[in-house]
Design a protein around this ligand. Structure first.
Ligand code: NAP
Length: 255
């Protein structure tokens, strides 16, 4: 008998091959969900399912977790995934976690148009494409659900070297609030999480000196752990947060 916050629910997690997305798969599966791990790096998504998820609730003849290759900025690939999911699971996921994201940091005066576009394409447009396609599938199947978009604390306060990234993440919050207003009538909740500095591969490019400076601004005095973000994702996925929509929640150690 599986017990947990999201027993029997189907969850799609993008960026699931690493960091926060991988931790989300771990926690959601532990809480009883069946997980579709999507990443542009297919092998990494397979690894998430193989070694980082709890046994699928349906291993005795029901649903199984799955790993898929997905570039969230490719609308055709996103549409195809909706169809593949409906075929495989006979229903759309009712939990959508948009965790795929990239950085291409540079000083604003030196930032190339290409690096501006690529960050906006993945972080903002990719979140939009996945949310739009899967919310549509939910609404058409009269499935209520929860969409969790991973923004960043940098979207709220800005950061040197991240004009592209900060813009994309501020956009994710505004998009989340707008979508929440539209999707409430379908009983689909949409919320954003604003992580602070979390110990994942995405921050490996931040120089140690800069990290030390940042730590001085974090009241809890340390980097966050991906699991600490994933626990909030699980809460927002579950009925424990049934009256929360359009919210933007900092998970930043107080930064
Ligand atoms: P991560 O460890 O780098 O994980 C991100 C994953 O997304 C990687 O597997 C990455 O693949 C994948 N990805 C990148 N572009 C993609 C695309 N177009 N389609 C599908 N998958 C794609 O980073 P993370 O820290 O877990 O970040 C997860 C989310 O949290 C991101 O949106 C990030 O902006 C946000 N966030 C992170 C922090 C932090 O401090 N870690 C803070 C605030 C917000 P590749 O490895 O091939 O790029």
């Amino acid at each position: 008998m599986v017990s947990g916050l999201v027993v029997g629910r189907l969850a799609l997690v993008t960026g699931a091959g690493s960091g926060i997305g991988r931790a989300a798969c771990q926690v959601l599966s532990k809480e009883g969900a069946t997980v579709i791990a999507a990443d542009r790096n297919y092998e990494a998504a397979v690894q998430t399912i193989k070694t980082h998820t709890a046994l699928a609730p349906g291993t005795n003849g029901g649903e199984e977790h799955s790993a898929v290759e997905l570039d969230v900025s490719n609308s055709k690939a996103v549409q195809d995934l909706v169809q593949d999911t409906l075929k495989q699971y006979k229903k759309p996921p009712c939990i959508i976690v948009n965790s795929a994201g990239i950085t291409r940091d540079n000083w604003m005066l030196k930032l190339s148009e290409e690096d501006y576009d690529s960050v906006l394409n993945v972080n903002l447009k990719g979140t939009f494409l996945v949310m739009q396609a899967f919310a549509k599938a939910m609404a058409e199947s009269s499935v209520s659900g929860s969409v969790i978009n991973i923004s960043s604390i940098v979207g709220k306060y800005g950061n040197m070297g991240q004009t592209n990234y900060a813009s994309s993440k501020a956009g994710v919050v505004a998009m989340t609030q707008s979508a929440a207003k539209e999707l409430g009538k379908f009983n689909i909740r949409v919320n954003a999480i604003l992580p602070g500095f979390i110990d994942t591969p995405i921050i490996k490019t931040v120089p140690d000196k800069v990290k030390e400076q940042i730590m001085k601004l974090v009241p809890l005095g340390r980097l966050g752990n991906p699991a600490e973000v994933a626990e909030v994702i699980a809460f927002l996925s579950s009925d424990k947060s049934s009256f929360i929509t359009g919210a933007a929640i900092d998970v930043s150690g107080g930064y």
